[in-house]
Design a binder for this molecule. Structure first.
Ligand code: GLU
Length: 471
């Protein structure tokens, strides 16, 4: 009998399902599951036309087992307390899975950003930040927001500026928020991080022969068909990395519709087309699907829901044909959809592991802010000189010389972007292997989401024990 669960209840449900596979006592599990601090606020903002609007906003700190708390801020009409609580919980588990030493947090402002002028958005964001400062809900060692649905670099720049102006002399103020523009203390590679993390995670899974065999797929990404729902920051970059990695993105869906091309779609050209025409429709070489939600039901190897929660539910799950569901968004499947698809033999790659690339690179940005130095600044030239020296020795000993192009490639020392990508690749590969190892060791664990939760619960429980909270 299908049930309706709120988003937070579905996270709790997945947690409880996994908790049975752990050895922790009930009280500790209850503590891990609970949202520790919930700040619901209302504040007035004067709009461009002189009207005063009361803004509804939230910040939830799900867990402080590690400090600071970490998680994005979303601007959306759909924001409500339950949603922010669910997203904050997912952040706790996400950080634990990718070994990023943060507790989980999330924020939300209940507005449709498209309906406000830039100036109004700036006023709302700055006022929200000062409300957080007033209640000690933001700071490099307390709680560090980041972009999420409906927000980006611009909003993060407003946040850091507001915070820094209210905290004069705080040397680490730049670390109060991540996802900032480079000029405001951001790190190279943050923008594409979630999409790149999705790619690294799926590439690693596709390289595992036992998993691919069970799904009736060959190993490797080359030639695999991919459907992407959402051409926002996560969807766009996921599509780009899948295409560059040799997969074929055959369908992309957005609010206004879905387009299909069996030969593959170039996401960059599509992005430009949408910018110019206001729609992804009428893209050269592609056909239209009747409804945008039809994209989810297409025949494909990998389906990437990269928009919002609950897009696959009990009604459309029976019609989903993808073998791998790559949860790039947070919570795109309802618990019913999860069960239906698992019983059909699909592999659901869970959100709080697969989309952890964003927070992983946020961690790198925060470290950069605390260390006050750009990655690569100290060692780049040293490495280049060393490489030159090694190459010169090899050429002398062999009597052969490499091409000018090869010379440049061998010589190059790492820039910030190289180190960030390398750190992200390492993080996603080891997180994938850890989860798969847990699953393999305990074959009664029914699915990958449960295995990921088991991993997260164990790590958070160990930190609580180490803190001596449960002596
Ligand atoms: N909003 C992103 C997420 O859901 C990123 C959070 C962060 O970087 O702190 O994971």
């Amino acid at each position: 009998m299908p049930h309706t669960y709120s988003f937070f209840q579905s996270v709790e449900r997945s947690f409880d399902k996994a908790a049975q596979f752990t050895k922790w006592e009930k009280g500790l599990l209850e503590q891990i599951k609970a949202c520790n601090s919930i700040y619901a606020m209302r504040f007035p903002v004067k709009m461009d036309d002189g009207r005063i609007e009361v803004i509804e906003a939230y910040r939830v700190q799900h867990s402080q087992h590690k400090a600071p708390c970490k998680g994005g801020i979303r601007f959306s009409d759909e924001v409500n307390q339950d949603e922010v609580m669910a997203l904050a919980s997912l952040m706790t588990y996400k950080c634990a899975i990718v070994n990023v030493p943060f507790g989980g947090g999330k924020g939300g402002i209940k507005i449709d950003p498209k309906k406000y002028s830039t100036y109004e958005l700036e006023k709302i964001t700055r006022r929200y930040t000062s409300e957080l400062v007033k209640k000690n809900f933001i700071g490099p060692g307390i709680d560090v927001p980041a972009p999420d649905y409906g927000t980006g670099e611009r909003e993060m720049a407003w946040i850091v500026d507001t915070y820094a102006s209210l905290k004069p002399g705080e040397i680490d103020a730049a670390g109060c928020v991540t996802g900032k523009p480079i000029s405001q203390g951001g790190v190279h590679g943050r923008k594409e991080a979630t999409g790149l993390g999705v790619f690294y995670g799926i590439r690693e899974i596709c390289s595992m022969p036992e998993i691919m065999e069970k799904l009736g797929l060959s190993t490797g990404l080359v030639g695999k068909t991919v459907v992407v729902q959402g051409l926002g920051n996560v969807g766009y970059h996921s599509a780009r990395f899948f295409r560059q990695g040799g997969a074929k993105v055959v369908c992309i869906a957005e609010f206004e519709g879905a387009i299909y091309n069996s030969e593959g779609i170039n996401e960059e050209a599509l992005f430009q087309h949408r910018k110019a025409t206001g729609s992804i429709l009428n893209f050269p070489g592609a056909t239209h699907l009747a409804k945008n939600s039809d994209a989810l039901e297409l025949e494909c190897d990998i389906l990437v829901p990269a928009a919002l929660e609950n897009v696959i539910n009990k009604d459309n799950a029976p019609k989903v044909k993808a073998k791998i569901i790559a949860e790039a968004a947070n919570g795109p499947l309802t618990p019913d959809a999860d069960e239906i698809l698992t019983s059909k033999g699909a592999l659901i790659v869970p959100d709080m592991y697969l989309n952890a690339g964003g927070v992983t690179v946020s961690y790198f940005e925060w470290l950069k802010n605390l260390s006050h130095v750009r990655y690569g600044r100290m060692e780049k030239r040293f490495r280049e000189n060393k490489n030159m020296h090694i190459l010169a020795q090899i050429e002398e000993l062999t009597g052969k010389t490499v091409s000018a192009e090869e010379r440049l490639a061998i010589m190059r020392g790492a820039d910030e972007i190289d180190l960030v990508h390398s750190g992200l690749e390492e993080t996603m590969i080891s997180a994938t292997r850890e989860i798969m190892e847990i699953w393999k060791k305990n074959p009664t664990i029914p699915d990958m989401r449960t295995a990921a939760y088991v991993n997260a619960i164990n790590k958070v429980a160990i930190s609580y024990m180490e803190l001596g909270i449960f002596p």
